[in-house]
Design a protein around this ligand. Structure first.
Ligand code: 17E
Ligand code: FE2
Length: 444
């Protein structure tokens, strides 16, 4: 019997599949059938031979309020976190709701064009008008048909560095931020840093919100707020709702302490986010040689079975003038910077920009906790990428050919064509890189 679907993808390779191509049918926002061949009709019947069917990319850590402001009002000459905070401190005085929304939407579109469907953004709330936060809450609603956005209230200048900041953070939660953040290593004293972590946990409990703390983003081996975060999470038994972002000092701890800490982290079950593009460049700036690379212990955390995801952190802002929203660049960098070059490690880095990100955001469906996101009954949020395996996708930085969100076709891309004009007879003429593999995608 011929079934009817909204979308059928023909002869793609499932990320967690057995290597044989399959047809995948989507109806009413759900993956409704997967089989070697589907006898079916569909609104969109797409031949995707040679391509990977993957869960979407998840941007678990980005600052959309500062995105696309690089060079304003000046460039970061030292390359440090601290100069970035200073420059942003100047820039944020002239924010308007419209300008933040416009830049955030532009950045989100860039991300969506690279297959990102979920974004957790930080919004600086150490600024009296809360303009960045209000704008990003508005954007969260504006884009809900094509992107899931979470907003974390992030006190960039510290909770206790200024008398009004604590109240602003709480106000942000009242206005509807999804989570509460902090920056303990940047508070004026170690005691303030510890106090800030306790305040964050109290606010999260009071307002029933997630926690994502910029934690120990410094090369100082004495910066030990991660243990405070993990202990609070353990005592409240809410590790799955807590994220420690950056934790770059972990790379500077001596192993005697790191081993003890790892035991606590395992018990706490908190999530980790590393941002290799940014921390490779921000950290190590006070070192001569040997120079530290300043990325948290991604490989060891992963080996311990803890949830690690990878984020971009910045798209062209005071901390990082580059950045295009493509999480394959982030995964590629992590493979190098974290020594994740084994075959299983490379695939783990792919998970870190897809399903692990969903877990960090608290959005991994219960039914996919142990199994694939690409099976019958799962929401139809997925990508078609121009390479047959995750390994090839990372190696080639493969482009997104199709993005499907909530069962709806969000974007399609034409195959890239390459025309050689070399003098030798063997390579004469023209060839299309993908002409055999991409079927009717060439004519969307
Ligand atoms: N703010 C911060 O504290 N750390 C960062 N890496 C960025 C902003 C991008
Ligand atoms: Fe950050």
């Amino acid at each position: 019997m011929t079934e009817h679907f909204d979308i059928v993808l023909r002869q793609g390779h499932l990320l967690d599949g057995d290597g044989h191509p399959v047809d995948l049918g989507i109806r009413d926002g759900v993956i409704t059938a997967i089989a070697p061949r589907l006898e079916a009709t569909a609104e969109h019947d797409l031949d995707i031979q040679g391509c990977l069917i993957s869960p979407p990319f998840v941007e678990s850590h980005i600052h959309l309020d500062s995105a696309l402001t690089a060079g304003e009002p000046r460039w970061n000459q030292s390359g440090t976190l601290f100069e970035g905070i200073q420059i942003w401190g100047e820039r944020k005085r002239s924010l308007t709701l419209d300008s933040v929304k416009q830049r955030a939407l532009e950045a989100l579109k860039l991300q969506a064009s690279h297959g990102v469907q979920y974004v957790r953004t930080h919004a600086d709330v150490s600024e009296p008008s809360l303009t960045a936060l209000k704008a990003l809450l508005d954007v969260r609603e504006t884009v809900q048909d094509w992107m899931t956005v979470q907003v974390i209230a992030f006190p960039q200048d510290g909770i206790y560095s200024n008398v009004q900041n604590e109240a602003l953070l709480e106000e942000a939660l009242k206005l509807g931020a999804d989570g509460v953040g902090g920056i303990p290593h940047y508070e004026l004293t170690r005691e303030d840093g510890v106090r800030s972590v306790h305040r964050i946990f109290a606010l999260a409990q009071q307002y029933d919100r997630l926690i994502d703390i910029h934690c120990d983003e410094i090369d100082d081996p004495q910066s030990r707020f991660l243990e405070v975060v993990a202990a609070c999470a353990l005592r409240q038994a809410i590790g799955h709702r807590v994220t420690a972002s950056h934790t770059t000092a972990f790379a500077s701890y001596d192993n005697a302490y790191a081993v003890k800490l790892m035991g606590l982290l395992r018990r706490s079950r908190i999530n980790f986010i590393a941002n290799p593009l940014i921390n490779l460049t921000l950290q190590g700036r006070a070192d001569s040689y040997p120079k530290r690379r300043g990325i948290t212990r991604v490989k060891e955390l992963w080996q311990q079975g803890l949830n690690v995801s990878l984020g971009h952190d910045c798209i062209q802002d005071p901390w990082y003038s580059l950045g295009n929203g493509n999480l394959l660049d982030v995964a590629h960098m992590a493979i190098h910077a974290c020594h994740m070059t084994g075959q299983a490690e490379i695939l783990a880095c792919y998970d870190m920009v897809t399903r692990n990100g969903l877990q960090t955001l608290g959005l991994l469906p219960e039914t996919a906790q142990r199994g694939s996101l690409l099976c019958q009954g799962q929401p139809a949020n997925l990508l078609v990428l121009e390479a047959p395996t995750a390994f090839d996708v990372i190696k080639n930085r493969a482009v997104v050919m199709v993005s499907i969100y909530g069962g709806r076709l969000l974007l399609r891309r034409k195959p890239r064509a390459l025309y050689w004009s070399l003098p030798s007879p063997e390579t004469h003429g023209t060839s299309d890189e993908n002409d055999k593999s991409l079927g009717n995608l060439s004519d969307p």
